[in-house]
Each structure stands twice: as C-alpha cells, then as structure tokens.
Design a protein around this ligand. Structure first.
Ligand SMILES: [Zn+2]
Length: 386
C-alpha cells in the first residue's frame, strides 16, 4: 500500500470533518435564530394581561413544535456518527499501512546508561541543538561533552557565515588546515578562494582580483590545471560576470554546497561523523527494520533472536553506511574479525585464519589452497589488516 492511500484517507476524514462541522454550526445557528425570534415577539407583546400571556404561551408552543421538527440532537448525533465512521476507516487504513508493533525487533543490549546519554547529548550538539543538549545533560546527569559542544559551535559559526555569503572564517580555517585538506584530496580551500575572488570580480575591481589570484589561486595551479586558467580568464569580465561564459561562478547554490562541504571536511579532520553516530545508527536501523520484522515472523521463538550472535544473512545497507572494506571468508562465508582475521596464503589467495587452521588440521600439516593446487603451511600465511 502506498503512503498516498493513507494521505487520501486522511484527506477524506478532513473533508468530512469540515462538512460535518459546518452542518452542526448551521443547525445551532438555526436553533438560535428561532429562539431569538420567539424572544423578540414575546418582548414586543409584553407580559401584562391575559391576552399577552395567551399569545406568549402560543409562541412558546410554536417554538417547541418547530424545535421538535428540527430534532437538533438527532441531527448532531448523525453528524457525529458520520464523522466517527470516517475516522474509524482512517484508523484501520493507517493500521494496515504502518507496522505499529516494532517491539518484536528489540534486543536486549548491554549498554551503560551514561554512554547512551553521552551519545544522545553529542547528537544534539551535532545537530546544533545546543540548549537542548545542555538541558539533556543536566537532566540525565551525564558527563558533559564540552569539547564536542565547542567543536560543533565553532563549526556552525563558520557554516552559518558561509551560508550568508561570508567566506572569511571558513577561509582562515581552511588555510590553517591546508596540508590536511590536500591530503584528504579536498579542494575546499581553492573553492573558498574562488568565492572570494568572484566577490572581488563582481565589484569590478580587476587589479584587486589579479592580486588576489596571484597570492591565493596561483599555489593551486599545478593541482587544478583546468580550473585556474578559467578563473584567470574570467578577470576579463570583471564587473559583468553575469554576461560572461563563467556565469556558473555566480550560482547562489555554490555557497550552500560549499557550506555543506565545509561541514563534512571539518568533521572529517576532527574525527567526527557529519551526521553523528546516533543519526547514522537510526538511519541504518530504519533501513533494516522492515527486514528484521520480516525475519521475526519466520523465527519460531523470540528467544532465537535474543540469542542470535549475528544475522543469518547479509544485509546490504548501501554505500553511505560503508566505512571500510569488509572481508568475507570464501570458505566459512563469515566476515573477518579481530579473532578471525584474513590470512594471505603464499599463492596469493586469502582465507580466514579459522579456515587455514581447519584445513591444516589444527596447523599440524600442510594444506591445499581451495582455489589453486598450491600447498601451504599456516606458518607461511601472513595476516592482512583491513
Ligand atoms: Zn591459492
């Protein structure tokens, strides 16, 4: 079922609610009008004398009959009933669409509460929710991650300036981290200089632009052989860059994109993930949750799940969740670990340590590689580090 179905069902309820509400309001207004009219006539008649009294009695009787004919309570009840029916249908639709009981997929994980609190606090800081993070730390009485907070405060300060068209703080950070950025293969510093350079060009100051290019762009000439000549050529269009072949230098999205790139590099150089460990875990968990819930339906007892050391089949989480290469032993079909690392055989094939030990009957004899005729000893195998 598509999310559209739930949306449509909700819109139907909302429509019904509006209709029923206006019906009810009309009815109440009608009743009010009838009563007001009756009061008006009674006031006109006055209350003195038998004639007036008889007339008023008749008016009240008429009013009573009119209200009886209208059966307002019944009408209101039927409005409410229609509304409840529509609402009930929507609840059923959403229940069908959403798996509301995800508790089946829970596992008991031993985790120190203060570690979890620290992860949550760091996540709040990472999302620039500094006040909430401080409050959380106070309430959870967990040790404050002052350094993390200061780090992200600094990052968001520079990030904010960059988004509003001020490249200076980001530039001074990038220049300080020149070597590390180059080592990462990042061209952030050049891109920031480019923004500053374009800013000068836009103002039409050709001489200043040339001086800036000599001082700050020239050092990148050997690495960015295509980019630098284009930037230099754009000096000819100082003051009218919008009519030049280099209009892409003026795109407002350049600032936005660069702010994101800066945040990523900043986190990278400071050993942090730009989405934070918690954001990453929740995103990855959200991806695999439907699969885990499906697995729960085939597992005979929940105990099996609780005692399971690893998943019975591999789960592909996509490139954004892969951080290092993974070795799967072709014999055991298990992922390598610290206890069972990959071993390079003299023939060049790689097996897990446990496989080599098994094949060599506990390292007591030489064994034949499963992929080629080469015979090896476990002592000749070399551990690989990934
Ligand atoms: Zn081999």
């Amino acid at each position: 079922m598509e999310i559209e179905t739930v949306k449509d069902a909700f819109e139907h309820v909302a429509k019904k609610q509006k209709l029923m509400s206006s019906k009810a309001i009309d009815l109440v207004n009608h009743v009010e009008k009838e009563i007001e009219q009756a009061i008006g006539v009674i006031l006109e008649n006055g209350t003195d004398g038998d004639v007036a009294s008889n007339l008023n009695h008749e008016i009240l009787l008429n009013l009573k009959n009119k209200l009886k004919e209208m059966v307002p309570v019944k009408q209101l009840e039927s409005c409410q009933k229609e509304m409840n029916n529509a609402l009930g249908k929507w609840v059923k639709t959403t229940e069908k669409f959403f798996i509301h009981d995800i508790s089946q997929a829970y596992r008991n994980v031993d985790m120190e509460p203060h570690v979890l609190s620290e992860i949550i606090a760091n996540h709040l800081y990472c999302e620039a929710l500094f006040d909430i993070g401080d409050n959380f730390i106070g309430e959870a009485s967990c040790p404050a991650s002052k350094e993390i907070k200061q780090l992200f405060q600094k990052m968001y300060e520079i990030h904010g300036a960059l988004r509003t068209g001020e490249p200076e703080p980001a530039l001074s950070w990038a220049m300080k981290n020149h070597d590390a950025l180059l080592q990462n293969g990042s061209s952030l510093e050049l891109k920031l200089h480019r923004l500053q350079f374009v800013k000068i060009l836009k103002e039409g100051n050709r001489c200043e632009a040339l001086l800036y290019a000599r001082a700050y762009l020239a050092p990148f000439a050997t690495i960015h052989k295509d980019e630098i000549p284009r930037l230099i050529a754009s000096i000819l269009w100082a003051g009218r860059l919008d009519q030049s072949p280099y209009t892409e230098f003026l795109l407002p999205t350049n600032w936005e994109n660069l702010a994101e790139e800066f945040a990523q590099q900043f986190c990278n150089l400071n050993g942090q993930s730009s989405t934070g460990p918690m954001g990453m875990t929740v995103a990855a968990g959200g991806q695999v949750l439907p699969i885990i819930l499906k697995l729960m339906t085939v597992l005979t007892a929940k105990r099996e799940w609780q005692s399971m050391k690893q998943f019975p089949f591999p789960l592909d989480l996509g490139r954004e969740f892969q951080f290092h290469s993974v070795f799967i032993c072709p014999v055991l079909r298990e992922q390598g670990s610290e206890d069972n690392p990959p071993m390079l055989l003299p023939c060049g094939h790689v097996l897990s340590k446990q496989s080599t030990v098994k094949l060599s009957k506990n390292s007591s004899r030489s064994f034949k590689c499963p992929y080629c005729p080469f015979e090896s000893l476990t002592s000749d195998c070399k551990q690989l580090y990934i």
